[in-house]
Design a protein around this ligand. Structure first.
Ligand code: ATP
Length: 364
């Protein structure tokens, strides 16, 4: 039996995680991280008050202690600023991945350790495997539709050693069933959407609040002006909608194929396998120093949460930087995005080996 702190969001997944740990006979305390309170009144509603109420209801039902930990200041420093800076620089930040390393398994884990807990459990769909040498590794969650290991790819080994993912070996319907069996008030609660802290606030409203419009031209690969945009930060590679340029050809859409950051120009082209700029054959990924062991010479690289992992050759070019040469061209990579690395040991790569940020992209 160990003392475990459960990160309880007020959603069904972490509620079921807490229930399973209680069932196993551990000493369990649950805590809600208060990260974001929308004190600047960005349009939309932030459901945190409801989440705290639901989390409290779960703890009452399970007979465990519930705490609320105020991390609003740290969240602003480590996540909100990173997000705004990323967009300001024209890159594509990923606050959910950073939130796991910097908040949940960063300041929140520090809090847990100070309070005498041995481990921190979350409701992530991921698994932990311990190898013969007693090293812990993150594996993909068993439910292929819910696997969240991508979001854990920047975690440091010492953070992984303290992590527990009680529902990672279950399918989502089983998780709901456990919550129902235990009579938890969250059993039928809708899954949360999108960025962890923004809740119901739309990303575009959030960005508009912090970053003023910065209009510029929309051009094609030949430099012809096709329209105007309100700010490069409102677009991402491969985006089909929202640029407002109608395609003159039936059935083929214009997509974002690049950003000319110095000249504040958005570059669009027709969607197609050979669209210049849209497909990458190689990339440099930096800040990969946190891996438990050096990355292997062949990896499976996953560039986004919902994208498939692709086979690539992986070569170190500095202590914390690798060059990836993809076996097949990869669509719509963006600077600043997180690339997760998996061991190429199974069809989709089951074992997470680490992650980093795209620093350079070479298109086909
Ligand atoms: N505000 C929060 N306070 C405490 N823990 C949190 C909070 N937000 C997220 N977590 C933890 O991180 C896990 C993954 O968060 P994510 O936002 O992806 O939620 P989710 O997959 O919808 O899970 P849930 O159903 O538990 O909300 C949660 O299961 C929970 O353990």
């Amino acid at each position: 039996m160990s003392r475990i702190l459960v990160a309880l969001s007020g959603g069904v997944d972490s509620s079921a995680a807490a229930a399973l740990l209680v069932r196993e006979g551990h000493e369990v305390v649950a805590a809600y991280m208060k990260n974001w309170i929308n004190d600047e009144n960005i349009p939309g509603e932030c459901p945190w008050e409801q989440d705290i109420e639901d989390a409290l209801g779960v703890c009452t039902r399970l007979g465990i202690e519930f705490r609320v930990v105020d991390l609003v200041e740290q969240y602003r420093e480590r996540i909100v600023n990173y997000l705004i800076e990323g967009y300001r620089n024209g890159t594509t930040p990923n606050p959910d991945v950073m939130c796991n390393r910097e908040m949940k398994f960063g300041v929140f884990l520090d809090y847990a350790r100070e309070q005498g807990f041995d481990q921190l459990a979350t409701g992530h769909y991921a698994r932990i495997r311990t190898d013969e040498e007693n090293r812990s590794w993150i594996m993909r969650g068993l439910d292929p539709n819910k696997d969240q290991s991508y979001f854990l790819s920047l975690m440091r080994p010492e953070q992984i050693d303290r992590a527990l993912f009680p529902i990672g070996g279950l399918l989502k319907p089983q998780v709901r069933e456990i919550a129902r069996e235990c009579g938890l008030p969250t059993a039928a609660k809708k899954d949360s959407q999108g960025i962890c802290f923004i809740g119901q606030v739309k990303m575009s409203d959030f960005l508009r609040h912090y970053l003023p419009d910065n209009p510029g031209d929309i051009i094609d690969a030949q430099g012809r002006i096709l329209g105007r945009h309100k700010g490069l930060h409102l677009f991402t590679m491969g985006q089909r909608k929202g640029h407002g340029v109608a395609s003159p050809r039936e059935g083929i859409a214009y997509v974002v194929i690049g950003k000319d950051i110095p000249n504040n120009r958005l570059i669009i082209g027709y969607e197609g396998d050979d669209t210049r700029g849209l497909y990458a054959r190689s990339a440099i990924v930096g800040t990969v120093a946190n891996t438990r062991l050096p990355l292997p010479p062949r990896v499976m690289a996953q560039p986004r949460y919902r994208a498939p992992a692709v086979h690539a050759a992986c070569t170190y070019i500095a202590e914390d930087k690798v060059r990836l040469d993809f076996d097949q061209p990869v669509r719509a990579l963006a600077l600043g995005q997180v690339c997760a690395f998996y061991e190429p040991d199974a069809e989709r790569g089951e074992q997470l080996r680490g992650g980093g940020f795209f620093e350079e992209i070479t298109s086909t």
